[in-house]
Ligand binder design. Structure first.
Ligand SMILES: [Mn+2]
Length: 259
């Protein structure tokens, strides 16, 4: 299977008051060109397509145009929501996206309810993709526990419960298939690019990379804007953002992953 792993487009984000719409359009069009050039089977988009919960119509136009152009290449497109995306907006548009070959998971779902997506490539390879959209600490650690316990304890709860969720999403994969995990999350040991929203990247709330089981062939992560591989039992990657989103990120190499 040939795939492109990308994330953290943050369409709609301006830099010091200057619109980046044209830059975004150009960079996302490059991803479409690469998808055609390399005859890609699947495009994995690991969250934060938009920069805002209420994106402008211009931002929506760029994202939806890109998604349709990607879908028209014949590749399977798979999307999860990030902490900047509005999961309810994505859920609302999901039935329209699913009319073409775009599969979207906006809220964490059990494997049978959409959290595990299976498809076949043109070469008849069976592919399993476990999908975990962004999960806030509030979504996993109950409010009463946040009130009672010390911070070390609830960060441990977050790590433990995320670990269990990942095991659950990956348990029905078979050895004769290509097994992939896609998530939008902070994983222990990741290095920040600079433009991330700090309240959602604090290191207390992160998942150990050992949560990703060894039978995975690839883990496609979004959230950190710097492309990097995280040590783990299998290949664990942040694709990083395809373009600099903050002046502190201008020295980073910007990329997508082609696998
Ligand atoms: Mn994010």
């Amino acid at each position: 299977m040939r795939f492109i792993h990308t994330a953290d487009w943050h369409v709609g984000k301006s830099l010091r008051g200057r619109s980046r719409m044209e830059d975004h359009q150009e960079v996302l069009q490059k991803i479409v060109e690469l998808t055609i050039l390399h005859r890609v089977d699947a495009v994995l988009i690991a969250g934060d397509l938009f920069d805002s919960y209420a994106p402008s119509p211009e931002a929506e136009k760029i994202v939806f145009r890109t998604l349709l152009d990607l879908a028209n290449t014949g590749a399977q497109i798979i999307i999860i929501s990030g902490n900047h995306d509005n999961p309810r907006r994505l859920t609302a548009i999901e039935p329209l996206l699913s009319l073409t070959n775009i599969y979207t998971v906006a809220i964490p779902s059990r494997p049978m309810d959409g959290g595990l997506f299976r498809f076949q490539t043109k070469k008849n390879e069976n592919v399993n993709i476990a999908l975990l959209p962004f999960l806030s600490q509030k979504g996993i650690v109950k409010a009463d526990q946040l009130m009672r316990d010390d911070p070390g304890e609830y960060s441990q709860t977050y790590a433990d419960r995320s670990y269990k969720l990942i095991q659950h999403l990956c348990q029905d994969m078979s050895d004769d298939s290509i097994n992939v995990f896609m998530g939008h999350a902070m994983v222990h040991g990741g290095v920040l690019g600079g433009g991330e929203r700090s309240a959602h990247t604090i290191f207390e709330y992160s998942i150990p990379s050992t949560a990703f089981p060894a039978h995975l062939h690839y883990v496609a992560l979004g959230h950190l804007h710097r492309a990097q591989r995280i040590p783990g039992l299998c290949p664990v990657w942040y694709s990083g953002s395809p373009m600099p989103l903050d002046f502190s990120e201008t020295d980073d190499e910007k990329s997508i992953n082609l696998g």
